[in-house]
Unconditional design. Sequence first.
Length: 432
Amino acid sequence: MFVSSNLSVGKNGHLVFAGVDTVSLAEEYGTPLYVMDEAMIRTNMGQFRDSVEQYYHGGGLVCYASKAFSCKEIYRIAKSEQIGIDVVSIGELYTAMSVEFPAEKICYHGNNKTEEELNLAIEYGVGWIVADSFSELELLNRIAGEQRKNVKVLLRLTPGIEAHTHSFIQTGQIDSKFGFTIQFGTAMEAVKQALALPNLLLDGVHCHIGSQIFEIDPFVHAAEVILSFIAQVKDELGYELHTMNLGGGFGIRYVPADQPAAYRSYMEQVSKKVKEIVAEKGLTLPFIILEPGRSIVGAAGITLYRVGGIKEIPGVRKYVSVDGGMTDNPRYALYGSEYDFILANKAGEEKVDTVTVAGRCCESGDLLGKDVALQNAQIGDILASCATGAYNYSMASHYNRVRKPAVVMLRDEKARLIVRRETLNDLISCDL
Ligand SMILES: *Cc1c(COP(=O)(O)O)cnc(C)c1O
């Protein structure tokens, strides 16, 4: 009945998340509130990590794509699970550095990294910088030279694969702002340039075909395309690329109808294909990097709101307004993303109503869900939105000068604050 195994109903009829009464959490920490389940995060990280060991024998590293949820604590958890991370900005890098995240396990992405960002990344000694353009290769080479370092580089490729997902979160197709296109020979040119630049160590290639993908086939296909490219580079230039980064994009269950594939079967099928092609083309098994983001933290989070207003337009629609909205979860406004909602203090009751959940911003598009099933709502109820662990807190904004909510982490049925709620003073702290 719930979208995730860490949700249940307590004896008092309240929604229980990771063993903790969510109504009590709302009372203790206030609303809106992000709540995360540490056990599930660790299990997900561990499953990806172990599946690489179990099914693949060429060595690999799971790099949690931290744009999905970034704060000090998640980097501490990733560090203790001995996995790596992806960062895409100096802010994420700085946060990871603040908890001494091992530099050699960091992969740095982005289609327009600034000189300031590359300087810090190279200074800290990140494991890989994923180069996205010719001009960036030049810039990297210059900065590396200035710092008298060699920089390990992956080239971001666009493999020309269209995964079945929303166009804004699709990234592998030819018409993309990211990377070097394989089809027009651009990627081969990039390899030549990277090899010619003295301060760069060309370690491999990267692709990321999109997000919230349920099928395994597009991933297997991407691995095929990338390996064919590695073979082509070996044939034409006599240089064998060592690392193949296959990106992230594994889907999660937002609503009951979603059926994501088991994450282990991803590595199982990809490994099989990779071994096959490597044998056929006479290549060495590449080092594989995976970059799951959403699938690590998505189902491990919920958001709690308080219902503040109810408006019924007869024969049209019933609005249930909550004390958050697009400022803490812009995904409905951005992509029309669906979520499952539950009244936390009435979780044992039937969902007898159909409502539209509205946020509090001055924006008609500030909705969290349209025509969703819900228990009978009254002002003061606690509304839970499920599977909000990814791309919610990390996409939060200050629109309307709304303060960002706190984040609470649950472990062993105990809660601890990992990001405190913003104060009014935080809001004006940069204003001069
Ligand atoms: C966003 C992103 C990921 C993670 O995507 P998910 O869908 O959250 O798994 C991985 N790699 C790159 C390069 C990304 O941009």
